[in-house]
Design a protein around this ligand. Structure first.
Ligand SMILES: [Zn+2]
Length: 249
């Protein structure tokens, strides 16, 4: 099976015309769980799962570019840049990454599944995860030597303390109001730009994130995801989410 998976991954890499790259890292698992729990997401305990899915080699070419945007041109992140990536969700062959579009794409998947009455919460699990990645400075800046050298350390800056600090994150949260996809694109751009600016500062000062900077970043992620939950929940006021059935497994 592993050989089969490797062959699929190698074929995808060949198809992409790109070298098969090792797995990119992200906030560590407990940090992702805490973002989703602080936002009040029912399935918070699954929000590290997209990294689990990404770790399977046959899925990596498709899932990995959903987790970062290298922004090699060092452009300020705008709502237009976010919307330009929206059609790239789950598309392989993208070394630059399309994290911003993945948030829009996962919300669209949730909305489409909700309209058909299907169990729709799994796309929101992906959305919770991508909202977490969005505030990580090294997921929004070029994958250069600085990024490679410091990525793992910065992914884990608050990993040991974060599960005991949900109340602290909640106190720091300022959820925006989202009423449309255009609002969502604007808020994604704002969080991404905050992360990009912090990434620039870290490079200038040749240092890691401080603990307080990391908490401020994940509070931004949690605020955005809470706003998404409020917005998408308002689409069908009072409706009970359909129960998960065997057919939806
Ligand atoms: Zn990730």
């Amino acid at each position: 099976m592993r050989r089969f998976a490797l062959r699929i991954a190698a074929m995808a890499a060949l198809f992409c015309g790109q070298p098969f790259q090792p797995e990119a890292l992200a906030w560590h698992d407990k940090t992702h769980l805490s973002v989703a729990e602080a936002a009040g997401f029912e399935l918070w305990y699954s929000s590290a799962a997209p990294d689990v899915a990404k770790s399977k080699e046959m899925f990596e070419p498709f899932e990995k570019p959903n987790h970062f945007c290298n922004n090699t041109a060092n452009q300020p992140v705008t709502p237009e840049m976010v919307m330009k990536q929206a059609g790239s969700y789950n598309k392989p062959c993208d070394d630059e990454g399309h994290l911003y579009g993945a948030i829009i794409g996962s919300v669209r998947e949730y909305q489409a599944a909700s309209r058909t009455g299907k169990y729709a919460n799994y796309p929101l699990v992906y959305c919770a995860h991508y909202c977490g990645d969005l505030s990580m400075p090294l997921h929004n800046t070029p994958y250069d030597d600085f990024n490679k050298k410091r990525h793992s350390t910065n992914d884990g800056i608050i990993e040991e303390s974060v599960r005991g600090n949900i109340a602290k994150i909640r106190k720091m949260m300022r959820p925006p109001v989202i009423r449309s996809e255009a609002d969502l694109a604007k808020e994604i751009a704002a969080v991404a730009e905050s992360a990009r600016q912090l990434g620039i500062k870290m490079r200038q000062e040749n240092r890691n994130m401080s603990v307080e900077e990391a908490y401020a970043q994940i509070a931004r992620s949690a605020s955005l995801f809470k706003a998404i939950l409020t917005w998408t929940g308002q689409e069908a006021p009072g409706a009970e989410p359909p129960a998960k059935t065997a057919a939806s497994n």
